[in-house]
Write a protein that binds this ligand. Structure first.
Ligand SMILES: Cc1cc2nc3c(=O)[nH]c(=O)nc-3n(C[C@H](O)[C@H](O)[C@H](O)COP(=O)(O)OP(=O)(O)OC[C@H]3O[C@@H](n4cnc5c(N)ncnc54)[C@H](O)[C@@H]3O)c2cc1C
Ligand code: SF4
Length: 516
C-alpha cells in the first residue's frame, strides 16, 4: 500500500525538493519518467535533451543511494509517450492516498497534474518551490494590481529583503544598479585572456543518454559534439567555482558584448557564468550562487559593478521572470501585441543565412545549445520583432534550442522582453535597434555581406532596414513614449521619398525572409 506517490520532474533534481519533505521509505514511492513528448512537443536540441536526461539519471543514483523507493522509467523502456499518461497509469496502479509534487516549471504540466488528480480522485499536494527566493504568492502580493511591472523595483525589494549588497537601507556604493557600466564592447583587439570553460567528463551514463538520443531523436537539431554542461551537482559546483574565481571580475564589463573568433569555440561563452541550466534543473540553489559571488567580492576585492551586475541577473531578473510567468499565465502564451503572423524563417534551424550576426548566434546555438543574453535578446530575438514573426513560432524555437530552456523562464523572456508581445507589461519599450548597435557590440558586421549603416538597396543590412521600417510603422507610439521619443525623432529626418524607399526595401525583405 503506497501512502504518498512523489513525482519528480526533470527540472527538480535536488534533495531539497520540497516534495521529499517528510518522505518515508517504508510507505512512500517516487516516480520519475523520461517521456519522449517532452523532447518532441517542441523540436528539442539534442544537447537540451541530453542535459535533462543525463541529470535525471544521475539524480536517480542519488535517490538510490538514500534507498528511496524509486520507479524510474527510461526512454524506450516503457509505453508512455507523455508524462500525463505515465502519471495516470501509476496513480491508478498504486492507488496512493496522496500525490505530492513540487510546483512544476510549466503551466501545461501543472494543468496535467490537476487533471490526473481529478480523473483519479486522488488528493494532490503541490508544494511551493522553495528553490526560488520569491514565492508565487509573494510575487503576486508585490505586484498587486499594477498594470505594468518593473524588474528594477522588484530587485530593490529583494535586495532589501535578503540584505544583499546593502548598507542598512541604502544600496552598497550608493547606487542600486550599475547597468550603464555593463555595456562595454571589446574594442578592435577582441576579448583578451579569456578563461576556459571547465571540462565535463562524459561518463557512461551520459554516453548512454547520447546513444539513446541518436536512436530516438536522430533528426533533432543541434550537436552533442561540444557537450560541456553539468549533469550533477558536483559538476555544477565546479562551474560555480570556476565562474567566481576566473570570470566574475570581468563579467560586468563585457556582459553585453559579442565576438566571433576565427576558430569559433570560445566565443560562445566569454565571461558568462554558464550556470543557467544548473540553476534551472536545481543542481544549484540561487542562494548559494549569490553567496559565492558575495564571498568572491569580499575576498578578491572585485569591482562592485561586476558583482552587482551578476547578482541583478540571479536575484533580480531570474526571480522576477518566474514571478511574472505564473502571474500572467495562461494569457502570456497567447499574447500578440503587434498581431505579427509571419512564419519563422527556416534558417533559424540551420544558421543558413547571409546575415552574419544571425548566422553566428544561431550556429553557436546549434553547436552548444547556448547563446548569451544579448545574442538571444538583440540578435535572434530582435530580428523576430522587426521581421514581424509570429510569437508562437519564435517561442517554440527558443524553448527547443537552449539547454536552459524551461517555459517559466523562456516564455517571459521571449514574449515579454524580446518580442514585446505582451505590450510592455514589464518592459518600458520594445528592444529594437539598427545594425549599428550590433556593429558597436560585436565584430559580426566586419565579415558580413551586408553593411550595417546602409538602409536601402542591395547592400542594405536587413536589421537596419527593418528597424527603420518598424519605427516608421509605429512612429506615433514611439514619439509619445519618453523612452523612445528620441528614436522617433531620428526617423523624422527622412524625406517622404526616403521613407517610401525604406518601406519598399523592408517589404522586399519581409516577403523573402527565407533567403536573406
Ligand atoms: C529571448 C530570450 C530567451 C531566454 N531564454 C532563457 C531560457 O530558456 N532559460 C534561461 O535560463 N534563461 C533564458 N534567458 C535569459 C538569459 O539569456 C540566460 O539565462 C543566460 O543567457 C544564460 O547564460 P548564463 O548562465 O551564462 O548567464 P549569465 O549571463 O552568466 O547570467 C547569470 C544568471 O542570471 C540568470 N539570468 C540572467 N538573465 C536572465 C533573464 N533575463 N531571465 C532569467 N534569468 C536570467 C540566469 O540564471 C543566468 O545563469 C533568455 C533571454 C532572452 C532574451
Ligand atoms: S551588417 Fe547587419 S546583418 Fe550583417 S552582421 Fe551587421 S547587423 Fe547583422
Amino acid at each position: 500500500m503506497t501512502r504518498n506517490l512523489v513525482l519528480i520532474l526533470g527540472d527538480q533534481l535536488t534533495l531539497d525538493n520540497p516534495a521529499l519533505e517528510g518522505f518515508d521509505v517504508t510507505q512512500d514511492q517516487i516516480l520519475m519518467v523520461e517521456a519522449a513528448a517532452e523532447a518532441t512537443h517542441t523540436w528539442s536540441h539534442k544537447a537540451r535533451i541530453a542535459v535533462f536526461l543525463s541529470a535525471m539519471r544521475h539524480f536517480a543514483l542519488v535517490l538510490d543511494a538514500k534507498q528511496f523507493p524509486l520507479i524510474y522509467l527510461k526512454l524506450g523502456a516503457h509505453e508512455f509517450t507523455t508524462l500525463k499518461q505515465a502519471w495516470l497509469h501509476y496513480v491508478q496502479a498504486l492507488q496512493p492516498q496522496k500525490i505530492i509534487i513540487c510546483e512544476a516549471g510549466e503551466y501545461r504540466l501543472e494543468q496535467d497534474l490537476l487533471a490526473v488528480a481529478k480523473e483519479t480522485s486522488t488528493p494532490l499536494a503541490m508544494r511551493d518551490d522553495t528553490h526560488f527566493m520569491c514565492s508565487r504568492a509573494d510575487f503576486k502580493r508585490w505586484a498587486g494590481s499594477n498594470k505594468t511591472l518593473r524588474m528594477e523595483f522588484f530587485y530593490r525589494h529583494m535586495r532589501k529583503q535578503y540584505q544583499v549588497l546593502m548598507q542598512g537601507d541604502a544600496p552598497e556604493g550608493g547606487a542600486w544598479n550599475y547597468d550603464a557600466e555593463n555595456r562595454k564592447a571589446f574594442g578592435k583587439a577582441g576579448p583578451q585572456n579569456l578563461p576556459a570553460a571547465p571540462e565535463v567528463v562524459i561518463d557512461e551514463i551520459s554516453q548512454q543518454v547520447m546513444a539513446d538520443i541518436a536512436q530516438h531523436f536522430p533528426d533533432h537539431p543541434g550537436s552533442l559534439a561540444n557537450f560541456i554542461w553539468p549533469v550533477t551537482r558536483a559538476q555544477a559546483l565546479v562551474f560555480l567555482q570556476n565562474f567566481v574565481t576566473n570570470k566574475l571580475a570581468a563579467f560586468g564589463d563585457h556582459q553585453d558584448a559579442m565576438w566571433q573568433f576565427q576558430n569559433g569555440g570560445q566565443s560562445a561563452y566569454l565571461w558568462h557564468s554558464l550556470l543557467s541550466s544548473s540553476l534551472n534543473l536545481k543542481l544549484l540553489n540561487p542562494r548559494e550562487v549569490i553567496a559565492a559571488a558575495l564571498q568572491a567580492y569580499q575576498q578578491q576585492q572585485l569591482s562592485l559593478p561586476s558583482v552587482e551586475g551578476f547578482i541583478r541577473q540571479v536575484l533580480g531578473w531570474r526571480e522576477f521572470i518566474r514571478g511574472v510567468y505564473w502571474l500572467d499565465m495562461p494569457g502570456m502564451a497567447q499574447s500578440n501585441h503587434y498581431q505579427h503572423q509571419r512564419k519563422l524563417p527556416a534558417w533559424y534551424w540551420t544558421a543558413n543565412t547571409q546575415m552574419n550576426c544571425q548566422r553566428q548566434a544561431i550556429q553557436q546555438t546549434l553547436d552548444y545549445g547556448y547563446a548569451h543574453h544579448i545574442q538571444r535578446l538583440m540578435v535572434t530575438g530582435m530580428f523576430g520583432v522587426l521581421a514581424e514573426l509570429n510569437p508562437r513560432e519564435v517561442e517554440a524555437w527558443y524553448l527547443a534550442v537552449y539547454v536552459d530552456a524551461v517555459e517559466w523562464v523562456e516564455l517571459p523572456n521571449v514574449a515579454g522582453m524580446a518580442l514585446y508581445a505582451n505590450g510592455g507589461r514589464f518592459t518600458s519599450k520594445p528592444y529594437v535597434a539598427s545594425g549599428a548597435y550590433i556593429k558597436r557590440m560585436s565584430n559580426y558586421c566586419a565579415s558580413c555581406r551586408y553593411k550595417p549603416e546602409v538602409k536601402t538597396g542591395a547592400d542594405a543590412c536587413p536589421v537596419t532596414t527593418l528597424y527603420w521600417n518598424f519605427l516608421l510603422k509605429h512612429y506615433d507610439v514611439f514619439a509619445k513614449n519618453p523612452r523612445t521619443a528620441l528614436m522617433a525623432k531620428n526617423a523624422e529626418r527622412f524625406s517622404d521619398e526616403e521613407q517610401m524607399l525604406i518601406q519598399q526595401s523592408a517589404d522586399k525583405i519581409l516577403n523573402n525572409l527565407d533567403h536573406i
